[in-house]
Design a protein around this ligand. Structure first.
Ligand SMILES: C[S@@+](CC[C@H](N)C(=O)[O-])C[C@H]1O[C@@H](n2cnc3c(N)ncnc32)[C@H](O)[C@@H]1O
Length: 275
């Protein structure tokens, strides 16, 4: 297989903005999830991680199950119909809009990522029900104003929105900067809005080594956090039970999942208080 082609290319030519010489977060993650939209450098670091640090593969798989449980909870138990999913990743089996619109067809979802390959595959994210809507914004999480401005074309900010930040804020080196970006994204959202968030954690040496190996590959770095930092990202919000926990421990009763119980990733769901 040519190094500059995805393993299974829906896109027959590589757009100019796509750098295939170093691993990219979305493509590496796609490889760990068993997808085909990745290139040789993504596969090389992915193979190394699979062999030496399988805990990161567990994070990739369990995080998608956490996403599905959290979205279903928000739609079915909290009445949420609008989602802003930043750091979406490449389309996979159960994307946010599919989970949400299966629970309520009128859900509206805005996806945001800054990876050009995710943009190239965005049409797979835009298969909305007629009652709902999906949109894709090619933007950087470090520019909340641009994201919020563009998202306002699809989402009604007078009504609650769930801000979904899954495995993305670890790409921001300084945790305080990451936290302030989350605050800025939440600021214009109506009371009763939610944050759904997780990141990889420094809870085993293997996980720290996995992230160092990934970063050493030349990819955009990812910085694992402590569980306390993940919890601090929810400051000012009311945590939904059971709080910030390892991903498999977040409402496991919602869905049978025979995955690993111990993963190095913590997350939770928090509500913006009503006045
Ligand atoms: C580890 S993947 C997680 C994908 C998906 N949210 C999931 O949980 O399966 C991180 C995603 O964040 C995106 N990303 C990284 N830095 C970003 C930035 N500064 N702005 C927007 N997206 C970013 C990457 O392109 C990638 O798709």
């Amino acid at each position: 297989m040519a190094d500059n082609q995805p393993a299974d290319s829906g896109t027959s030519r590589v757009p100019d903005r796509i750098d295939t010489s170093v691993p990219h977060s979305a493509r590496f993650w796609n490889y760990l999830l068993g997808g085909k939209d990745n290139y040789e450098p993504d596969r090389q670091v992915g193979e190394y991680i699979k062999e030496h640090m399988p805990g990161l593969v567990d994070v990739a798989r369990t995080s998608r199950h956490f996403l599905a449980r959290a979205i279903r909870h928000l739609v079915l138990e909290e009445g949420i119909r609008q989602f802003l999913d930043i750091g979406t990743g490449l389309p996979t089996a159960d994307n946010t809009h599919q989970v949400a619109q299966r629970a309520a067809a009128d859900c509206r979802i805005v996806y945001v990522d800054n990876d050009p390959l995710v943009l190239a595959h965005a049409r797979a994210l835009l298969t909305s029900t007629p009652e709902g809507a999906t949109a894709y914004i090619d933007a950087d999480v470090r520019d909340p104003d641009a994201i919020l401005d563009a998202a306002a074309a699809t989402l009604d900010f007078d009504k609650p929105v769930a801000l979904v930040l899954m495995g993305i804020m670890g790409h921001i080196e300084d945790f305080e900067v990451a936290k302030s970006l989350i605050r800025r994204l939440l600021a214009p959202l109506a009371p009763g809005s939610f944050l759904v968030h997780y990141d990889g954690t420094n809870t085993t040496e293997q996980m720290v080594a996995a992230e160092e190996e990934y970063t050493a590959s030349g990819a955009v770095p990812y910085y694992v956090r402590s569980p306390e930092q993940i919890e601090a990202a929810f400051e000012g919000l009311e945590l939904v039970e059971p709080g910030v926990v390892r991903l498999p421990d977040w409402r496991p009763e919602f869905e049978a999942f025979n995955g690993p119980a111990h993963v190095d990733a913590f997350g939770g769901v928090g509500r913006k208080p009503l006045p």
